[in-house]
Design a protein around this ligand. Structure first.
Ligand code: HEC
Ligand code: HEC
Length: 336
């Protein structure tokens, strides 16, 4: 201990520390862009079998086979936190490592962050529970549960080497430019039957991996009906779903080689979202600062006076313009 400290003590005593060309901690620098590594970079099997390695491995397992540990069909009723048999990896593809499929690489460097849905700072644990209550249509995991710790530890492992505040290339979803028209669910239905139904089913119910009740999840996940994300989920927003589908579907698609045009992605997403799905209670409490509410969050209240139909199916550019004006005037009033 002393021998490691000694040179520093001597250096400081000699005034040497001041001579070091260190960047002052409070000086803002341009955020670095971090590139997501190849799959081998996230190989959890090479981690030692210690507490950290075990938590990371369980976190990845929970991500890929959520339904087998905290799904609605698991034996222990107390462990039924998720309300559907999806996996986190149904959307966070490749166990949270695929570019533009909402990867978790760097999540530790970008959380805590301000979130409009809550109009406040959200920690990574709270963000996980956002998906538990909406994408997984279930309930929040206790912060001190083995499962929450495993998710967060796995995300920590995926975030190694990403500096705090860095921009991660391929974070979230790619920007999606919405066609300036109402989405066409009839055209979307045709695209769906031609390019999606072989996997997700003509009725959107997906294809189960085993018998109902067996907690084995899906080979191809359901897109609507009882066993999928609820109406308060991010994926239930038309612009979010269009961006996800264009960059990632049909299965195997990457954002730089999309197989659908903007128009096709927009219409097929609208067709998918036009069907019934589980309802989330109290969505009116979302986005308490109303000018933060995304135009495609299709649940009331609507502060811009536009119809529910327009929030659900567009056209969005006029709504985005309206929200911008509204925000400016609301900000002005609150500044007085
Ligand atoms: C039905 C699709 C879907 C499923 C299933 C899903 N998520 Fe998400 N998740 C999303 C979407 C969409 C976003 C981002 C969009 C938004 O913020 O509204 C997101 C964002 C996140 C983020 C923030 C990522 C970032 O970079 O900001 C975390 C963390 C997260 N999800 C964790 C989970 C966990 C853990 C599970 C499983 C228990 C899960 N999600 C299941 C769709 C899903
Ligand atoms: C070859 C099979 C296949 C085809 C075709 C396909 N998907 Fe998927 N889809 C999947 C799989 C598998 C997943 C889960 C993610 C994974 O495993 O990478 C998925 C995930 C999804 C999700 C997110 C998870 C969920 O349950 O909501 C959406 C939305 C989606 N697909 C929409 C579509 C649409 C729309 C099309 C047609 C344009 C399509 N998919 C075509 C296999 C397919």
């Amino acid at each position: 201990m002393t021998s490691r400290l000694l040179p520093w003590v001597l250096l400081a005593a000699a005034g040497g520390l001041h001579a070091q060309p260190v960047a002052p901690a409070n000086k803002p620098s341009a955020p670095t862009t971090f590139r997501i590594g190849p799959a081998e970079a996230y190989d959890v099997s090479r981690l030692p079998d210690d507490a950290y390695g075990q938590a990371v491995r369980y976190g990845k397992e929970l991500t890929d086979r959520t339904f087998a540990y905290i799904g609605p069909e698991v034996k222990n009723p107390k462990m039924r936190y998720a309300g559907n048999n999806l996996a986190c990896a149904s959307c966070h593809e490749a166990s949270g490592t695929k570019k533009f499929a909402i990867p978790w690489v760097g999540a530790h460097a970008t959380f805590p962050q301000y979130r409009g849905r809550e109009d406040g700072i959200s920690t990574l644990e709270e963000r996980v529970n956002g998906c538990m209550e909406r994408s997984m249509s279930g309930k929040a995991l206790p912060f001190d549960s083995k499962e929450m710790k495993a998710f967060v530890t796995y995300m920590h492992f995926l975030s190694k080497d990403v500096p705090v505040g860095a921009k991660v290339e391929g974070q979230g979803l790619p920007p999606f430019k919405a066609p300036n028209r109402r989405a066409d669910t009839v055209a979307g239905g045709q695209t769906y039957q031609a390019k999606c139904s072989a996997c997700h089913g003509v009725n959107g119910a997906g294809i189960r991996a085993g018998a109902p009740g067996s907690a084995t999840g899906y080979t191809f996940p359901p897109l609507w009906g009882k066993d999928t994300f609820n109406h308060g989920a991010g994926m239930n927003r038309l612009l979010t779903a269009s961006a996800f589908i264009k960059a990632n579907m049909p299965l195997g698609t990457t954002h730089d080689q999309p197989q659908l045009s903007d128009d096709e992605a927009y219409d097929v997403a609208a067709f998918v979202l036009s069907h019934a799905r589980p309802l989330k209670a109290h969505t009116e409490r979302d986005f308490p600062a109303r000018w933060n509410k995304p135009v495609d969050a299709a649940f009331p209240p609507y502060v811009d006076g536009a119809s529910a139909d327009q929030h659900r199916y567009g056209p969005y550019p006029p709504l985005q313009e309206k929200m911008k004006q509204l925000k400016d005037s609301l900000m002005k009033t609150s500044a007085k």
